[in-house]
Design a binder for this molecule. Structure first.
Ligand SMILES: Nc1nc2c(ncn2[C@@H]2O[C@H](COP(=O)(O)OP(=O)(O)O)[C@@H](O)[C@H]2O)c(=O)[nH]1
Ligand SMILES: [Mg+2]
Length: 297
């Protein structure tokens, strides 16, 4: 039977060999380096779309903040963002949501707009539209594609559509969602974008509609080393997300305890200082781990 330790060893490159050779100091150094790296992996998410599409509200919802909370992005029909504004996640500041100016408000062509907002730093773009995707949205998507970056179309404020449609006697939520989705796809097709995937979202109710599917798609598309960063900032919208977080924390706890055991086994003063430092630099992790302790029983 496969040793469960082997599964974890695969996750930290270069640690298996020193552990097998009983070179505890080398293994501990590798683990420590990896823990530090894991905690500092940056993830920059660009939120763009026309003014009023719901960008700032989406940024706040993603960060688990109400629109009127301190540190929240200003929202409302008259609020416009004139430059890309970074909003680090309150608990994981290495994950930053960028509230971009509406492309229509800048009057720049897509290429210049992307230069202006510094497109290189973004891991991916979310293009939000409230009723109909515009020519600007499509030009932006095409330019993002040319820059070899990923983008995702999000149709916002779906709660409004559902509420309005509920008034019909033959209301069906599934039919309404299909109608909205088809309409977006058709519209984007008409603007020269064939068979796009569109995610239907309400920032007021992230646990409904396609937000979870959006996470699954991002998770699949992201490089392996960035997946945990995205997972940790995901709001706890369903049991599946909570289960995945628990698994990820367990993996980290496994490495922290392995590191601590390795250090205890090697009586080198320099190394134990290094481990203290490693634990100090990741107080968020320790705090997170203790709050999830009951899951790990
Ligand atoms: N019903 C509903 N309203 C929303 C949603 N997202 C944003 N809004 C509202 O739409 C308006 C514009 O949102 P905002 O986030 O400021 O748009 P931005 O200009 O793209 O940043 C605000 O009044 C928000 O409360 C949503 O998911 N559902
Ligand atoms: Mg805004």
């Amino acid at each position: 039977m496969e040793d469960p330790d082997d599964l974890y060893m695969e996750l930290i490159p270069g640690v298996k060999e020193p552990l097998q050779k009983n070179n505890t100091a080398a293994a501990a150094a590798k683990i420590e380096e990896n823990i530090k790296q894991q905690n500092n992996i940056p993830l920059n998410i660009a939120i763009t779309g026309e003014s009023g599409a719901g960008k700032s509200t989406f940024v706040n919802a993603f960060r688990g903040l109400c629109d009127d909370e301190e540190g929240a992005a200003p929202t409302g029909v008259t609020e416009t963002t004139s430059e890309a504004t970074p909003y680090p996640h309150p608990k994981y500041p290495n994950v930053i949501l960028w509230d971009l100016p509406g492309i229509g408000t800048t009057k720049f062509p897509a290429k210049k707009y992307l230069k202006l907002v510094g497109f290189e730093k973004f891991d991916f773009f979310i293009i939000i539209s409230t009723t109909r995707f515009t020519e600007n949205d499509v030009k932006l998507a095409q330019e993002i594609q040319k820059m070899k970056k990923k983008f995702y179309f999000v149709r916002s404020k779906v709660d409004n559509d559902i509420r309005a449609e509920r008034r019909n006697r033959h209301f069906s939520e599934e039919r309404t969602l299909t109608k909205i989705r088809d309409d977006c796809v058709q519209r984007l097709g008409g603007l020269g974008f064939e068979s796009p995937q569109v995610f239907l979202v309400s920032s007021f109710e992230l646990h409904l509609y396609d937000f979870n599917l959006l996470h699954q798609t991002l998770d699949k598309d992201l490089p392996k080393n960035k997946r945990d960063a995205l997972l940790f900032v995901m709001p706890n919208i369903n049991p599946e997300i909570i289960r995945k977080k628990k698994e990820a924390f367990k993996r980290r706890l496994y490495w922290l305890t392995t590191l601590s055991a390795a250090v205890a086994a090697v009586p080198l003063p320099g190394l134990s200082i290094a481990v203290d430092a490693a634990v100090l630099v990741c107080p968020t992790l320790i705090c997170r781990l203790s709050s999830f302790h009951h899951w790990l029983q």
